[in-house]
Design a protein around this ligand. Structure first.
Ligand SMILES: Nc1ncnc2c1ncn2[C@@H]1O[C@H](COP(=O)(O)OP(=O)(O)O)[C@@H](O)[C@H]1O
Ligand SMILES: [Mg+2]
Length: 388
């Protein structure tokens, strides 16, 4: 993520920092950055500076233009001199400004019918086919949904599919884009982000691995973490602006480490449990991963599906790669290929274990002892079935 700065740029950044109102050094820095081979350097360098203290409107506009080119619209918004319209970066339907790879739809996700149904009901319908109905019933389309579940089981993938299915603007937020070593900048970025998204409603704002931004506040933790959480909560409540037509979507492996305040009405008030792939999903994943590879006639996908209950999607991917490695080892040359067989998978299964078990063990505690408000009902339900 962060590229090291060259000595030139590094010392110029320090110079601007030491005297932000001196235009000459900022001008020199922008010249250097304009010639930088890697655009991430632009983001790293300007991200360290307090935009409000720097330069003239003309220079700030130059900085913002560089940041636009470097694909950092939020940071650009901080630099851009405040004139009403230019603060807003347009988002496109089904595509985020950070360039999330869309083109994934629900058809690319195997099984998980239950989850898909919930996603349709809780997220897609209010925005699309049922929008008029929602308006009739004066039901607000918005608020937040938190997807949670073991790692590697399709949460990020589902969100990407959603971006396509919803056909609204979809903004992918990364913690690294928000968090900043300089206290105060993170809050400004959060404000800019919400402002940008409000201008493009209806919109989905997706916080992947949301625990990085929304972790539980602690009395002894640094002030900056707590102020980020507060800023995020304030923006989600819409005090700073109207949030009608905005949906907050969060994904996390550790829902219990989120600050409890995020679960209140209007914030992430609905949850969707994304379980490990069911049979249909496992078959789908195996077939997808093996597609185009030489496979022995005796290979039974059905048997593999049977043996891999509790494997995550990522685990299944690793399993196929390992079995493939064994087949490659057994092949003499590209003329004498040993196709991937049951024996290869048998070996691979000894090596690649499910990573979900540990997660479930931890999750069980929360489902048993921290489910007073029903947050983990679906998880509890799953654990009951899974234990059998
Ligand atoms: N139901 C599924 N159908 C197809 N692929 C899946 C499914 N679940 C998981 N995968 C695969 O597993 C990988 C990990 O999924 P990801 O969405 O990154 O998990 P998470 O965000 O929950 O940690 C993805 O590359 C995806 O291809
Ligand atoms: Mg993920």
């Amino acid at each position: 993520m962060t590229q090291p700065l060259t000595a030139d740029i590094g010392s110029m950044v320090d110079l601007v920092k030491s005297n932000p109102s001196m235009e000459a050094s900022l001008r020199a820095l922008l010249l250097l950055l304009g010639a930088a081979p890697d655009s991430s350097v632009i983001v790293t360098a300007l991200g360290q500076l307090d935009a409000d203290a720097c330069g003239s409107d003309e220079l700030r506009e130059q900085a913002a233009a560089l940041l636009d080119k470097a694909d950092a619209p939020q940071l650009a918004a901080l630099w851009r001199p405040a004139t009403a319209e230019t603060n807003v970066v347009p988002l496109h339907g089904g595509q985020s400004a950070t360039g999330i790879a869309t083109g994934i739809g629900f058809d690319d996700i195997g099984g998980l019918e239950d989850v898909k149904r919930q996603v349709r009901r809780k997220i897609i319908n209010p925005f699309t086919s049922k929008r008029a109905l929602f308006e009739k019933f004066k039901r607000k389309a918005g608020g937040g949904v938190l997807m949670y579940g073991p790692p590697g089981c399709g949460k990020t993938m589902l969100a990407r599919a959603l971006a396509t299915e919803c056909n609204t603007s979809f903004k992918d937020v990364r913690a690294a884009d928000i968090l900043d070593q300089y206290v105060g900048n993170a809050e400004k970025r959060i404000a800019a982000l919400f402002q940008e998204t409000r201008a493009n409603r209806p919109a989905v704002l997706f916080f992947d691995e949301v625990e990085a931004l929304a972790q539980r506040r602690q009395f002894d933790s640094t002030r900056s973490v707590n102020t980020v959480v507060s800023a995020l909560l304030t923006e989600m409540d819409g005090f700073a602006g109207d949030n009608e037509g905005m949906l907050f979507l969060g994904a996390t492996n550790v829902p219990w480490s989120l600050d409890a305040a995020f679960r209140r009405p209007g914030r992430f008030d609905r949850t969707i449990f994304v379980p490990p792939p069911d049979r249909v999903a496992r078959e789908f994943i195996f077939k997808g991963a093996l597609d185009g590879r030489p496979v022995a006639k005796d290979l039974s996908i059905e048997a593999l599906v049977e043996k891999t209950s509790g494997y995550s999607g990522a685990d299944l991917g690793a399993l196929v790669e390992t079995a493939t490695d064994y087949a490659i080892e057994d092949s003499r040359s590209d003329e004498e290929i040993e196709p991937i067989s049951n024996a290869h998978f048998k070996e691979a299964l000894r090596e690649v274990r499910s990573t979900v078990g540990e997660w479930l063990g931890q999750a069980r505690n929360f489902a048993d002892y921290a489910n007073g408000d029903g947050t983990y009902d679906e998880l509890a339900e799953f654990l009951k079935k899974y234990a059998r």
